[in-house]
Design a protein around this ligand. Sequence first.
Ligand SMILES: Cc1ncc(COP(=O)(O)O)c(C=O)c1O
Length: 478
Amino acid sequence: MKNTKKFPEKGMERSALIAQMKAMSKDDADWRSGRNFAYVYFAGDEILDTVKEAFGMFFSENALNPTAFPSLRKMEAEVIGMAADLLGSDGVVTGSLTSGGTESILMACKTARTWGKKERGIETPEIILPETAHPAFHKACYYFGMKAVVVPVGTDFKAQPEVMEGLINENTVLLVGSAPSYPQGIIDPITEIAGIAKKHKILCHVDACVGGFFLPFLKQFKPDLSPFDFEVEGVTSMSADIHKYGYAAKGASVILYKDAVLRKHQFYVYTEWSGGIYGSPAIAGTRPGGAIAGAWAALNFIGMEGYVKLAQRTMAVRAKLLESLEDIPSLKVLGQPDMSIVCLGSDTLNIYEVGDELSVMGWLIDRQQNPASLHLTLTPAHEKSIDAFVQDLHKAVNKAKQLTLNKLGNKLQVSTVKGLRKVLSESMFEKFQQYAAKYSDVGGKRSAAMYGMMGDLQASGNLDEMILEFLDKLMSDD
Ligand SMILES: Cc1ncc(COP(=O)(O)O)c(C=O)c1O
């Protein structure tokens, strides 16, 4: 595979450089006007500009050495303190700031592994998690040589604690629950899962990456929310992302532990290096001052009152959406979402075709599988777009009713398959063609066909290989 981009001989002029970058962003998701339902959490320009200024102020500072930048050390400690306070700390909960939800989860799993080895002599650690738990747990198992034991969720899309308990053995170090899960936005039965962990004297992680900076505010005006934080007996760690509903700059999450004794299992120290004694709390070495400052600024600028208002506004968007769905009986919400994530499915339509029509109308909406569904993460940015979205949703559903995959044009199929020839190796492409023959419009804005085909590829064991090739190409092409 070739990447033809050459290193620039001379530096570019600043205005030309900025103009080129602006031009490059022209096809990016339009998050400002609320046309995306994932990836960006936007709560208005005032917050954005304040966080940006804070980020810029500490743009060059490096939290690798906390003694060099006491300001960052203080901000980091305060962010951890504020997050712990928000998530039910009894005063001894502590943690670390990381680059995002994935790093926080990696750290929780690595900590459980080290804890298992040191405290229990476990050499082949296992974690038990519901199928809806984020892939970061699988990544952790892959990186750290642990076994992921996946448990199906119930018809309500919640983890099944009794099934999880039945899978505990002498190698189990960690049980996982989400608050809420990403796919359907539902809080797992944390009290039960954590209770089981406590009974078996193992660890319990609550993944509140998406809910950690939303549920505590929601609880202020919806007190019947299922318990999800350190107030629950048996919860030993939590992940919560400030770069999601905390509205901080990307690169900010916290991993919290019930106490400093457990957190110690996360740290890494190397004392033999000729460069000096090296200690590092989490995965990153150099840690960006901007992200820490941005997180500190967001929490202090918005405050409890501000976050509660933002949660209320977001829940009002959700209410509007759910109400309008009553007029679209061919769509259904999967499960009973606890917060601002709504997952749409259908018993009568191909939901991916609905998604395709929405994509064609300029909405960025993620497809999910098992079961087939569309994912919507709502934010205050959707206040201005929700009416237009509902109108387009009606149109998309009507279109999907008329559509079947077979009616889609062959022309589209030819052009996308041509594109895929560039992406896949010869042998993979041949395999792919055998499957693609049955489907049309693979790639492009429409993905209903892609998902149909992926089901087949998965069954044949070829999907992983194809996605790996795709990632390789994505990362190396110019
Ligand atoms: C529940 C949950 N956990 C973990 C993550 C991973 O977070 P990140 O993308 O910041 O690594 C996400 C991301 O959406 C999530 O929703």
